[in-house]
Design a protein around this ligand. Structure first.
Ligand SMILES: Nc1ncnc2c1ncn2[C@@H]1O[C@H](COP(=O)(O)OP(=O)(O)OP(=O)(O)O)[C@@H](O)[C@H]1O
Ligand SMILES: [Mg+2]
Length: 344
């Protein structure tokens, strides 16, 4: 691996019970879990080696970095490189599950544990047994629940809500946050004891602007991916467009680059993609993150999608903050994200 670009593609066979929890809904992706890990910069090579080193053990790992830098990708890759790869990978977005039902979802419950508990229910810990549990946006979890989670990590045991007997939890825990960890600790959003337990191994993904040498590789990768997906002949960007890619600051990191490439592939009818297919306004939008400019002639749906995306970006992808700024409940925001096909 040492002198090649790091390009990883892996698939999990069709019959495996992988459940990914996103946007509050449970999506069965057992058909296919594909991970692309592209990067050739020294720091990405280091991260790639780190993933291999940590995959073998069951130690918790904390994955940090700005929104769109690839934390989900790294979590999946750790699972897929681990001896647990044939077993479930359960990913939970802690911000997407309502706080009052989170423990019920995590620990499950016994029959009669509370009014309405008409039968027993397994939680994520049981679903992830012998596999991996990925807790995304960890700092969004209630601190009380964080304390209970720490106990599970330390004792490898838990009780269903209303349960008397302890159940064993052979679960590899991965967690991620795009928050500034020092600030989250200071604000009491992330418990120190839990952080210390998780951060024994911390993988920090640097923003794309600090590893621009990866940009051409990523552009190339997503061009191939989207030309294939949208059944178009293979396209390439002009030298001028590539210059734009290299000069741009990428506040939305790889997610933003991926979206721009897909947009260009969809909109173009020629094989050579000029700078015209890149939004001229992209740089301006991000230079002034307190305002949004939408051209006349934009449909209401497209305008709403732009407003949501820009608000998310200006909120560092913090859904609670974005929902607040948009005057929506978190649930309503998640519904809109789903409606517009905005992932993560
Ligand atoms: N190294 C990489 N190689 C190829 N694609 C990548 C890489 N890193 C990220 N991506 C792609 O970029 C997009 C965003 O990545 P991901 O969802 O992992 O970001 P994230 O750090 O989890 O962001 P957030 O904090 O918003 O959840 C995804 O479509 C992912 O497939
Ligand atoms: Mg993520």
């Amino acid at each position: 691996m040492a002198h090649r670009s790091v390009a990883e593609q892996a698939e999990i066979a069709e019959d495996q019970p992988i459940v990914v929890q996103k946007g509050g809904t449970q999506e069965d992706v057992s058909k296919r879990l594909q991970v692309d890990f592209i990067g050739n910069s020294p720091v990405m090579r280091e991260i790639y080696s780190m993933i291999h080193l940590v995959a073998d053990s069951s130690t918790p790992v904390l994955i940090t970095g700005e929104s769109g830098t690839g934390k989900d990708v790294v979590a999946r890759l750790i699972h897929m490189k681990s001896p647990r790869s044939d077993l479930p990978f359960i990913a939970i977005n802690c911000a997407a599950v309502p706080k009052d039902v989170f423990e019920n979802e995590l620990f499950g419950h016994e029959h009669g544990a509370f009014t309405g508990a008409i039968s027993k229910k397994s939680g994520y810990l049981e679903m992830a047994d012998r596999g991996t549990l990925f807790l995304d946006e960890l700092a969004e979890m209630e601190t009380e629940t964080q304390a209970k989670l720490l106990r599970v990590i330390e004792t490898k045991a838990f009780r269903r809500l209303g349960g008397k007997s302890e159940m064993s939890a052979d679960v590899r825990m991965l967690a991620a946050t795009n928050k500034d960890v020092a600030r989250a600790l200071k604000a009491g959003e992330l418990r120190r004891d839990l952080y210390y337990r998780f951060s024994v191994i911390e993988i920090y993904l640097p923003p794309l602007r600090e590893r621009k040498e990866d940009v051409p590789l990523l552009v190339d990768h997503f061009l191939k991916h989207f030309c294939h997906k949208h059944k178009k002949t293979l396209k390439r960007f002009s030298a001028e467009a590539m210059k734009w890619f290299l000069n741009y600051d990428w506040p939305g990191n790889i997610r933003e680059l991926r979206n721009l490439v897909e947009r260009a592939v969809i909109l173009s009818s020629t094989d050579l993609l000029s700078q015209d297919y890149l939004p001229a306004s992209a740089a301006q939008i991000h230079q002034d993150s307190s305002s949004i400019s939408i051209p006349i002639g934009t449909s209401l749906d497209a305008a709403e999608k732009t407003i949501i995306l820009q608000t998310l970006s200006a909120s560092d992808n913090n859904k609670s903050k974005a929902a607040f700024l948009l005057g929506l409940s978190r649930k309503a925001l998640y519904n809109k994200l789903k409606r517009y096909g905005i992932k993560d």
